[in-house]
Design a protein around this ligand. Structure first.
Ligand code: TMP
Ligand code: ASP
Length: 238
């Protein structure tokens, strides 16, 4: 499949047309941003890690019955995916307090929840991705009530699957952000990516951070953390 015209360039990925109107090519970059794009940098090798890990996890989730946009890995950084209209909601599931949850509610990081939490942000950097509830999402016409219910069910199922998957690799899945899309036929599928950019991963024994928080918080060893997650997922063959 050949890359056609560039349709879109985001902060971490580019999207290209193909000769099939139902498919697009996603190309992962090493560019990293934080705080709505105000902090910028490069994480060497990130494009490869995020592309390969995201594809691997989406294949795993498909097997568990969760529909995704994934079609085929084309190269280390490029993948063929279904063309979707992204629903502008950042769908966040948390198992342990961290990040904006800890800050907003004035609690320490690392508190294990009895049940996972589920929240939406409005995907809009100019507004700093404000938190919003279901009635707000409906009022803004971002999705239908049925779609919101499907998204919630799928996100919690993704959490069950991935929590177990990463636990076996000695990694605690603290929280993560998903995006969903509508295919041309109107089906809701898991889209975007699942990677150290969009999840918090802590080592199960040491609680060492193995994700993008190392970049956001200037903790150092950013590339090493991405490579370590690659090794945990793919073993030494990576
Ligand atoms: P938060 O604690 O900053 O709200 O982040 C929750 C999760 O969402 C965390 O795993 C990182 C991820 N995330 C993104 O994927 N994109 C973003 O823009 C932000 C702020 C967080
Ligand atoms: N999406 C954020 C940004 O605006 C990045 C992040 O914190 O993950 O750059």
């Amino acid at each position: 499949m050949e890359k056609g015209k560039q349709l879109y360039e985001g902060k971490a990925k580019k999207v290209f047309e193909t000769n099939d109107p139902t498919l697009v090519i996603v190309s992962y970059k090493d560019d990293a941003t934080a705080f709505d794009g105000t902090k910028k940098g490069t994480i060497r090798g990130k494009g490869v890690v995020n592309n390969r890990m995201s594809n691997h996890l989406m294949r795993h989730l498909e097997k568990a019955g969760i529909p995704t946009h994934f079609v085929e890995e084309l190269s280390d950084t490029d993948s063929l995916v279904k063309r979707v209209e992204i629903i502008p909601l950042e769908v966040i599931v948390r198992n342990v307090s961290a990040g904006s949850f800890a800050k907003r509610y004035g609690v320490e990081e690392g508190i294990e929840f009895a049940e996972p939490t589920f929240e939406f942000s409005y995907k809009n950097d100019d507004l700093h991705d404000p938190l919003l509830n279901t009635s707000h999402a409906l009022a803004l016409g971002l999705a239908t009530p049925t779609e919101i219910e499907q998204i919630r069910t799928m996100a919690l199922k993704v959490n069950d699957e991935l929590r177990r998957y990463f636990a076996d690799l000695g990694v605690r899945l603290i929280d993560f952000k998903l995006e969903f899309g509508r295919t041309l036929s109107g089906e809701i599928v898991l889209a975007d990516e699942i990677s150290p950019d969009t999840c918090r991963f802590w080592d199960s024994k040491t609680n060492e951070k193995l994700d993008k928080d190392r970049f956001r918080r200037d903790l150092g060893n950013v590339e090493d953390a991405y490579q370590e997650m690659m090794r945990r997922v793919f073993g030494e063959e990576a």
